[in-house]
Each structure stands twice: as C-alpha cells, then as structure tokens.
Design a protein around this ligand. Sequence first.
Ligand code: N2P
Length: 373
Amino acid sequence: MKIMNKRKGTYVAALIAAGALLLTACGGETTATDEPTSTAPAGEFPTSGSGVVNLYNWTDYIDPALLEKFTAETGIEVILDVFDSNETLLAKLQSGATGYDVIMPSDYMVEQMIGLGMLQEVDVASFPNGKYIAPEFMDVYFDSGRKYTAPYMYGTTGIACNTKLEPDCENIKSWKDLFTGNYKNVNALKDQVEIVSAALRATGVPAADLCTTDTAKYIAAEELLAGFKPAVIDNDGGNERMITGQASIRTSWNGDTHRMKMENPDIIFIYPSEGLNFWSDHMAIPVGAPNLDNAKIFMNWMMDPANMAAASNFSGYNNAITGTAELMADELKNDPGVIVPEEFKSLLSPIPNCGEEARELYTQVFTTWLDSQ
Ligand code: N2P
C-alpha cells in the first residue's frame, strides 16, 4: 500500500499569512423520518422545508440555541447525535448506521471518506452561501472546489495547563516535557492521530515525516508513551474537569481550552516546541442520507456569516467563513490560544493525513498505550 502523505503546507501558510485567526462515545440511534418537502420553486435552492435533519456532530460543538434558530427560520427540526473522534464517526458509519443527514469529519477524514465513496457530491461551492467560503479554504487538498463539504471550525491541538494547580506549567514547553514529566492529575485526548503524532514529534520525527512507515519510529513513540499515565483519557468531559480543578493539565484542542479559560482564568494554552497539528472540521452529507434537501438547507444556513459567527462564539474556535470576524466575541479574537502569536506560527502543520500502512501503525501504538494504562 502506497503511503498518501498529503500534508499541504500552503493550506496553513495561506491562513496564517492572511492573518486568519488560528484559529464522544456515540449516543442513541437517530431515526430517519418524514419525507421533507422543499418550498423552493424548481431550480432554486431551497431555504426552508419541513421534517427533520439528522446531525451527527462532535460533542458540545454547536450551540443548542443556534439549532433552535435554524428550526425557527427554516421549519426543519434538528435531531442531534454526537461522536467523540473521527475514528468513532467512521466506525459508526461503517458499521451500517444510516439515518444521518449531515456529519462533521475533520479534513483528513473527509479525504478518507470520499475515497471510500461514503460522501455525496452536492457541489457545495454552488450553494447560495458558498460564496462566503474563505478563498484559502476553497481548494483544499481533501475537497478541491468544495464538491462535498462546507467548512465549519478550525483549530489546533496543544496543552492546557492550570498555573495555580501546577506551578510547573511554565516549564512545560514541549510534548516531551509533558510525556516524561510524571505530572499528577493529567488528562489526555482519546485521539490516536493527536496522541501518536505528538509522541512521534517528541521523539524527533519532523512534521513532514509524520506518516512515516518506519516501524522503529513508532517503537520509539510507544516507548515514550509508556511512561505517560494520564488519570483520564477521553474527549468529552475534559473541559469540565479542567474548569473545576479536578484535572490540572490536559492535551487539548485550542477552542476547548478557550472555553476553559473563560471559566477559569488560571488556565493557559501551551504551544509545544516540537510542533502541533492544525486541523479543520467540515459538514458533509453521507451517502444514503434520508433528508438530502434538508441537509443542503442546513449546510447553506450554517455558512451564513451570522450563523457561523454564533457557532464560533459558542465553540471557541475560528471558522472558514468570510465576514464572521466582526461578529465574533472580543475575548475570542484576543485569545493568544486562538490567534496564534507570531513566534508560534511556524510550529503549526496540518494534521497528518496518512495512508493505510501508517494508520495501522498509529492504531497499534495507540491501543498499546491505552491497554497499558
Ligand atoms: C469538540 C471539538 C472537537 C474538534 N469539543 C476536534 N476536531
């Protein structure tokens, strides 16, 4: 199997140069429902309808009030189900789950899903609000020309640390410091791409080589991780534990860290010196979606700058829709964990988009680590 290593430096560079803000186990089954009826004349893009849209999203990633606003404006009810990682999302769909109309994979998972024939090509760029997609997010490697996906949030993954509870926060400058520091009350993300890529970086693998198939590199990462014993490894619930002080350090997405900081100002976001992953999440329609029109209406509605800005203000992340910056909360725009300071910009590289062979190595290292806890 040939390794597809498609990290695109220009994708991150364009965002940064443009001064852009840098920017859980599955719930119950959804049920597909009423046949939606669009009110638009033939040939026009519908902006309202009836029935439901079944949204499968990351946990705590969209404001329930925004979903209510969508229903009030379009007549379509949203049924929300949540997942905790790209791998959970993929496994759920591959296990035969149907009934979802809109899903939210990250960039590298979009490419995998398109390759597997799992997404519907609906020419998102041609939607009325497709014009708001930021130019640097239009010809992305995973969906050039936006045939399948509409952008949602983007962000990065580093370390959240509570300076009051952990006096050593200022000395945690790298992934290696975290993994070897034997810190107490540490939590970690349950995300194999994030954890294993951080361990590879910490053992000296450069960003350009994070999809290596050299097993020796993975053995070194595994050995490093063997000493890293977080008290909790999960993707949901970590914000609350950091806010309340139950946890004092966490590997963390920057937007979630922003939300922690709003509640607990002792928390800081650390940019690890070996580098960190830049990722973006996207709305897509799975093949077989029962409410196709409603899915398109939802994606189009979300690309309205006012709605996307509201999504950013809730989630703590920046987004790839133009015209949202002026509608975003000042505390978000002024957060150095969200707007990447100049000195840290070169540390960001796209989250690794590895081929099957490297993905299997990631899975092996990750499960070995989980099993050893
Ligand atoms: C959910 C944020 C998830 C974003 N709290 C990770 N891509």
